[in-house]
Design a protein around this ligand. Sequence first.
Ligand SMILES: [Zn+2]
Ligand SMILES: [Zn+2]
Length: 189
Amino acid sequence: MSGRMITKTCPICSQQFQTDWPKKQFCSAECYRNKLKNQFRERFESQVSPPDSNGCHIWTGATLPRGYGQIHLAYPVRRTSTTHRVAWELYRGPIPEGLWVLHNCPNGDNPGCVNPEHLWLGTHADNMRDMLNKGRSNYGERHYHSKLTKSDAEAIKSSADSPQFLADLFGVTPGHIRLIQRGKRRSRE
Ligand SMILES: [Zn+2]
Ligand SMILES: [Zn+2]
């Protein structure tokens, strides 16, 4: 701490701060994080189309087979995510544990849409119900010969919906739903 203190202006929050390190640019770790976030947002937005006639902003970068955009993130942890989830985190905030980011685009869902106004947070059951309402589910098939997956079972356990509703949704009996909720079984009887 021998250097002379100098006064600098933080480019993020515009506040003045004192430092003895001439190369220091930001007043705090938080402002540095915000700088990284701004940079990331610019990179993200450079790969999004202007709004189409429905107001959808479509991801123009890499996509997954079902049309969801895909992006690699380096911060705060290295991971690959879908662009609608990242859009939610950028413009709305953190996604609570166990919730899904779902689309509700006017005139039909657009998996590549990243307009935060067209996104909402729901449970796995909400997602299933949404797909049913929009006629995009393989629910009928599920009804006859599929087993519940582990994530189905987790969704059932954490759901506040009634056993009857969940039974209809997943194509099993209400008794089966109650058994799953009590942790007794996972697969279809
Ligand atoms: Zn600052
Ligand atoms: Zn949209």
